[in-house]
Design a protein around this ligand. Sequence first.
Ligand SMILES: [Ca+2]
Ligand SMILES: [Ca+2]
Ligand SMILES: [Ca+2]
Ligand SMILES: [Zn+2]
Length: 451
Amino acid sequence: MPIKPAKFVTVGLAGLGLAALFCGFAYITNSTTGLPLKWPPGLIPMRIMVDDVTLLSDGLTRAKSIQAAMVNSTRGWNPNLGNAQLSPTIVPVGSGGADDNHQNEIFYSDAPYSMAWETNTLAVTTAWYSSNQRIEADIIFNNSYTWDSYRGARRGSVVDIQRVALHELGHVLGLDHPDEAGQTVAAVMNSHVSDLDSLASDDITGAQRLYGPPGIPANNNFAAAVTINFSGTSTTVTGFNTNAYKEVGEPNHAGNSGGRSVWWKWTAPGPGSVSITTAGSVFDTTLGIYTGTTVAGLTAAATDTTLDDVQPGVVQSSVGTFTAIGGTTYSIAVDGFNNSDGRGADSGAITLNVSFTAFGTSTTTSTTASSTAPSTSSTTTSIATTTIPPTGGGSTTASSTAPSTSITTTSILPTGGGSSGGGGGGGAPSVWFLGALSLLVFARRLRPKAE
Ligand SMILES: [Ca+2]
Ligand SMILES: [Ca+2]
Ligand SMILES: [Ca+2]
Ligand SMILES: [Zn+2]
């Protein structure tokens, strides 16, 4: 089954409390799970099997130009990535790479893996994966074009190898074509080569949602929790848990060992009911909500005993609900689910949604007490105020009621994802993705693999 590009929409807050929509980037996803396909944390070895002798217009060889697209301090992908790094090795050209050999290879070909090039295709990137994890990516350049290495506007039919490498390496990392996902953005990842010769902010933002920005998150430690402040009924904050870690004495969140936790804190303005979710995050999260002033001395405000992964492999956002006591500060941990595969907790971009409903202020209705004709001697109308009691508490006085709590999980599929995909099956035919055929087109070949 073809795997269609998925469109992600992130919701942020603009001034004056108005919600603003930002569209950007697209991912190569596992159509069965809806999750982006990405590499585990660490190095992504790339064998560059192209000419490293002939100098091109910018003084680089083909091999060095491709290498720069990975590692160059201002132009490459690596300086933008938090927990994965492309790791190039320039090797002899030889006879090129091989498909399904668990080696990531970059080479030129007249007929990639014995198949004819589609019309107007400059290069392709293969995408072998197992579950939601990429396991092999080869980049194959089309030998029939004239290749050079230069900056700036396109030079007619002479193709700049470096910007094509940037694009194909974006496919290696897991990005897809935003222009084929209904978006209009400036991006190297658009399906057509253009005058844009370097990574755009949309490209970098998309990759960082998968691999995080460089460095350790500022709210890695409990004591450095980011304070959430909002005056309305809900707010959304964002962050990353890439490269985060657990502290000594830190509890398991949602009953899972996790290992890459980050923290927020919020002080309830009064008694009320609270719902906190991680919907919109791009990985399988776990959630913990606590009171207490030290990481080793926390008390769960919402239960942390519910194993937070009822459907492994599907995007699992977490939901925690509890009854807040006015003036109490709640610490909120977001961690990644750890499936004990030795690679640690899942990580990436976090979206944290907090909603608060104060007791006694939620619903006011006006009702007519009597259907009889109005009388000047009696009251004919009244104002009824509906008070929402604490969940399960049976009392409207929150501070005297033991909080009732729960954490549940919901399955959030990215827009365009679905469960009808036919992933798996090593013998599935390869699929070529092409845009309009009137211009030079980048393409990738996607092959599901059962392993
Ligand atoms: Ca290979
Ligand atoms: Ca931490
Ligand atoms: Ca989860
Ligand atoms: Zn492409």
